[in-house]
Design a protein around this ligand. Structure first.
Ligand code: ADP
Length: 437
């Protein structure tokens, strides 16, 4: 930084000394000193005025000419201004490039400040979200995107999962909103057009539902004839062949039934009519069915059920989810194995766990186990008579109830499959009693 104090002081000292020497020579040291200091002061004021005028002028390129320390000061300020201009220009270039590249994006990008005001957005935000450049800057994002589902999502402050909604200005466009926090409470909102993806997903769902539905009738006819033939007194090799055909057609019927159930579950994200499901009696029914299924295996099925709370939900769906887990345990656990069914509640909600001491599952399979048709061991699964859709059904039932399925397993030790239901769906036993009174 420029330091002029030394040169000003030495210049003043020099002026005073010279004027005093001259003053002594001519015999008026006092007057000479006073006049010299007055002249020196006027000169400083004049240079200061020039500096002020120059700094206040619009065109800083016209640097005032001066000698000595004032000249150095003007030059230093001028150099500093040039450095600032270069820095500002490169920042402007960066911002310009950022704006150009984000304008070219097809996703809407909106920057929202800590007070929820719209700060900046790209061109796609105007076409997808309806923002207007002039009038909307500084407006609250919630005043602009008023859909209650968006408002709830925005206020939740936890943005792990994206939100899917139709565009506020184009009803046929489906958007996926994602919000990320940055800085001191600021947020960046990205909205992506997923209409095409949704259409493809819908086509896939429709195809599976229609194909499964159409397969049902021919399969019923084939099985009907096979059963009639098997009742006849036929030669042994024919009997064996027909019985295998009957087995496979039963498998196909199960597959079609599971595919239809899955496509029904996929049609809406939430259950509409939640009704009370008494846990204890439902689990008892499932246990009885499981004992029949595993009759020859002589497994033990132990129950450990906490108080008899009521679960709100779609009984047929919950029954299907829980029984799928229990029947899997029966099918995959070897003879004389131990299976335990547990139900408990805590502040997070209600949990239903199916624990077995069967073969267990290698941890590399766990992340993909809930995908449809994903199988750990093809031969093991087809022997068990499963369709490969059981866990996908459980996953969808849980999603529709606002819950989730978790799996923990150790190879050679056994597995635990747990359905977690949110606490809004649990009516404590005490509350039920009070309602009855
Ligand atoms: P499947 O009809 O083949 O049983 P699921 O979706 O129900 O299909 O299960 C997927 C895979 O998970 C099964 O193929 C099986 O390998 C594995 N699996 C499920 N339950 C168990 C269990 N209790 N013990 C060991 N493996 C299991």
């Amino acid at each position: 930084m420029y330091n002029s104090s030394h040169s000003i002081a030495s210049n003043l000292a020099l002026t005073a000394t010279v004027s005093l020497v001259v003053g002594f020579v001519i015999g008026y040291p006092g007057w000479t000193l006073a006049l010299a200091l007055l002249g020196w002061g006027l000169y400083q004021v004049k240079q200061f005025n020039r500096l002020q005028q120059w700094l206040m002028s619009i065109d800083h390129t016209d640097v005032p000419e001066s000698r000595g320390y004032w000249g150095e000061l003007f030059d230093e300020i001028s150099r500093d201004q040039k450095r600032q201009q270069t820095r500002t220009q490169s920042l402007r270039n960066v911002i310009h490039r950022f704006q150009q590249s984000s304008a070219a994006l097809s996703d809407a990008i909106v920057i929202i400040d800590a007070q929820n005001h719209l700060e900046w957005w790209n061109r796609a935000a105007e076409t997808l979200l309806g923002m207007k450049t002039q009038t909307d800057r500084g407006r609250s994002v919630i005043n602009l995107l008023r859909d209650p589902r968006f408002v709830r999502y925005y206020r939740k402050n936890v943005y792990d999962d994206p939100l899917q909604l139709t565009s506020p200005i184009q009803k046929e466009v489906v958007l996926e909103y994602r919000i990320t926090r940055f800085g001191a409470g600021d947020r960046i909102l990205v909205a992506r057009d997923i209409t095409r993806l949704k259409q493809l997903e819908q086509t896939r769902q429709d195809f599976v539902a229609n194909a499964s539905h159409e397969l049902r009738t021919p399969l019923t006819v084939i099985r009907g004839y096979l059963e009639t033939f098997l009742d006849q007194d036929l030669p042994r090799p024919l009997q064996r062949g027909l019985s295998q055909m009957e087995n496979q057609s039963r498998r196909m019927e199960n597959l079609v039934a599971d595919l239809l159930l899955l496509s029904r579950l996929e049609t809406s994200a939430h259950v509409a009519d939640e009704l009370p499901i008494p846990i204890h009696s439902m689990v008892a029914r499932i246990r009885d069915d499981a004992l029949v299924l595993g009759q020859e295996k002589r497994q033990t099925i132990e129950l450990e059920l906490e108080q008899d709370n009521t679960l709100l939900g779609q009984e047929a769906e919950v029954y299907s989810a829980v029984s799928n887990l229990v029947f899997n345990a029966v099918r995959y656990t070897p003879a004389e194995g131990a299976i335990k069914l547990r139900w408990w509640t805590d502040k997070e909600g209600g949990h239903f766990a199916v624990q077995d001491n069967g073969p267990g599952i290698d941890s590399i399979h766990l992340p993909r186990l809930q995908e449809r048709f994903y199988r750990v061991d093809e031969s093991r699964s087809s022997d068990s008579g499963g369709t490969g859709l059981g866990l996908a059904i459980v996953k969808h039932v849980m999603l529709r109830h606002g819950g989730k399925l978790s799996i923990s397993s150790r190879l050679g030790k056994g597995s635990t499959f747990t359905c977690h239901f949110p606490h809004e769906l649990i009516i404590p036993a005490a509350a039920e009693e009070a309602d009855k009174d």
